[in-house]
Each structure stands twice: as structure tokens, then as C-alpha cells.
Design a protein around this ligand. Sequence first.
Ligand SMILES: *[C@@H]1O[C@H](CO)[C@@H](O)[C@H](O)[C@H]1NC(C)=O
Ligand SMILES: *[C@@H]1O[C@H](CO)[C@@H](O)[C@H](O)[C@H]1NC(C)=O
Ligand SMILES: *[C@@H]1O[C@H](CO)[C@@H](O)[C@H](O)[C@H]1NC(C)=O
Ligand SMILES: *[C@@H]1O[C@H](CO)[C@@H](O)[C@H](O)[C@H]1NC(C)=O
Length: 349
Amino acid sequence: MHLSSLPFFLVLISGIFCQYDYDVGYFPDSDYPYIHSMEGPSSAICAPECNCPENYPSAMYCDDLKLKSLPIVPPGIKYLYVRNNMIEGIEENAFDNVTDLQWLILDHNNLENSKIKGRVFSKLKSLKKLHINYNNLVEAVGPLPNTMDDLQLSHNKITKISPNVLEGLVNLTVLHLQNNQLKTDSLSGAFKSLKSLLYLDLSFNQLTKLPKGLPHALLMLYFDNNQINNIPDEYFQGFKALQYLRLSHNRLTDAGIPGNVFNISSLVELDLSFNMLKTIPTVNENLENFYLQVNQINKFPLSSFCKVVGPLTYSKIKHLRLDGNNLTRSDLPQEMYNCLRVAADVSLE
Ligand SMILES: *[C@@H]1O[C@H](CO)[C@@H](O)[C@H](O)[C@H]1NC(C)=O
Ligand SMILES: *[C@@H]1O[C@H](CO)[C@@H](O)[C@H](O)[C@H]1NC(C)=O
Ligand SMILES: *[C@@H]1O[C@H](CO)[C@@H](O)[C@H](O)[C@H]1NC(C)=O
Ligand SMILES: *[C@@H]1O[C@H](CO)[C@@H](O)[C@H](O)[C@H]1NC(C)=O
């Protein structure tokens, strides 16, 4: 039964498929006949050069096509991928037929700020994700709709973020700005209204100080590979949720780190590797992973980990890296494991 009815079924499908294609006025790319044939008329509209998968019909993929401009985006598309092309600009009306676009993924193109026309993004009333990683931006794009949740602008040439460009993005949780040319002064006040921000990556920039006015909801904060040489006292006070802090490959010295600045009770992981520290900064008893490799540390004071040692007061450190410093086993205090009671590995070389 099944075997004999199958050919008829296929003929029927391809009949619908041909008629449909005739109606919209183009023939599908022969690479994707199945995808087109299985779609209902309303979801099958796709730009001819792109691919709208059957099981994800509101997504349009236009990756790796050497496109110099955006394809026509038909109504109904909510997720648009145009990665790895040669697009330099976006016309002001580019998304006029898809103002309910939710994801716009434009990584690996040649987009320039001056060629992104008008308020092209702020018209997108449901936009949640905007990715413009690996392009030629020199500043943050905007204005953006306040529905945004995830903004990624890494690997550009961004030198500044004006104070108002991220204003009102109350639901933004993820912000990628790594691998740009940002300086501390060109960031001031930029992040203050991002009340929901959980993840901020500012690594591989040119910061010499930590920016003022970061939102206190942050969970992950990455500043590695900058030129930061000091941290203001009480800088992290108020960050009640901060769990992951990366400051490796900076220019931190003992003098630039006030006594209790890293005693942050929510912190799980702290990376201070590849700096110029001579002593181990004081950390909270709750810290689990502490990276201090390649500094100039030459002593191991237990008080950096435990103010007092008692049955219930001990450091939760599991992994401690101290290799690439001026420390040997004999520098470790005898009573170390009274404090570092759960340490699984302490590496010295
Ligand atoms: C919007 O849709 C109209 C009607 O289908 C079409 O003529 C126009 O080119 C579309 N605009 C864009 C920017 O895609
Ligand atoms: C922010 O997110 C909440 C919860 O999902 C939603 O109710 C609200 O409308 C969003 N705000 C904006 C401006 O999109
Ligand atoms: C960290 O700060 C708390 C008070 O906030 C204090 O009780 C604790 O002893 C400090 N930890 C260290 C290792 O100094
Ligand atoms: C390493 O530490 C020893 C003593 O702990 C000290 O004599 C020596 O000068 C230190 N070397 C460097 C390069 O800091």
C-alpha cells in the first residue's frame, strides 16, 4: 500500500510546487526542491538566492553568497541570516516589509556606519538580536529598538559609544564589544540604562581604566587584554550577582589594587593572569577558580584567602593557578590546607 501510493504522493506535491513557483514568478534553486515543495504558500516566500528551511520557515539564510547588498526580505521572515558576504551598507527602506523581524545576523560583511542609512533598525519593533560582528564599524550602530536582548558588535574598529546610543535598552542582556578600539573616555555613561545586562565583553580593547556606571545586574564581565593599571576602591560594590570577572593581560600592579576590591561575595571565577602583581589580592571565601599565572608573585599569604580559619570559615577555592610566578612549593605555608580545604589543584609550574 505504502509503496504504491508514494509515487502519486510525490507527483501531487511537485504539482503544487510548480504551480506555486509559477505564481510567485521565479524558479527555486534546484539545490532545495524538497524545502520548497513541503512548505505551505504563506511560509514558502523566500528571496531566490536565499534558503528558507522547511522546518524553520520564518528563517531566511543568505550566507556565503558574495552579496553586495541585502536581498529583498519578504513579509513573514522573522530570522534573517546574511553572514559572510560583502555588504557595505543598508538602505533606509531595507526592512520596510518585515518590521517584525526578530533576529538580524550580519556577521562577516563590510558594513560601515556611514552607509547604514537613517533609522533603519529602530523601525524593527520586535528586534531581539542584532549581530554585526566582523565588519568595518567605527562606532556603535543606532538608534535601536528597546526590544533588543542581544547586541554583538565585536571585531570591528569601534572607537566610541556615544552616551545615548544604548539608551532605553532595558531588556538588553548580552553585549559583545570585544576586539575593537575602545578607550575608557569614549565609553563613559554608555551603559547606564542597561538594567538587565548580564554579559558584557570589553576584552581586546584599549581601556586604561574600568568604565564608570556599569549596570549592577552583571553576571559576567570581561576586560581581559586591555591596558588597565588600576581599579578604584569599592568599584565592584553593588555588583551583587557578579560571578565571572576576567582581567588577564592587563597592567595591574599591587599599587593599583586597593585592599578589598576583589572581595566580592558572589564571585566564582577571577582571572588576573598575565599582569604584574607581586602579592595575591584578597578574595572572598566563596571564590572557586582563581587564575594568577604569569605575574611576579613571590609570597603566599593565607590571609588573602581566609581572614580567620575555623570549622565553617574556609576558602572554597578549587583551582588555583600560580605558575609563571616566583613561587616554589617551599613558599607555601604549612597550614595552607586548613584554609584551602577543598582545593583540587594548586599549580606552581
Ligand atoms: C516591499 O514589498 C513590495 C511589494 O511586494 C515590493 O515592491 C518592495 O520592493 C518591497 N520592498 C523591499 C525593501 O523589500
Ligand atoms: C522587556 O521584557 C519584558 C519581559 O519579557 C516584556 O514584558 C517587556 O515588554 C519588554 N520590554 C520591552 C521594551 O520590550
Ligand atoms: C571579605 O569581606 C567580608 C565582609 O564583606 C569579610 O567578612 C571577609 O573576612 C573578607 N574576606 C577576606 C579574605 O578578607
Ligand atoms: C624571587 O624570590 C626570592 C625570595 O623569595 C627573591 O630573593 C628573588 O629576588 C625573587 N626574584 C624575583 C625575580 O623577583
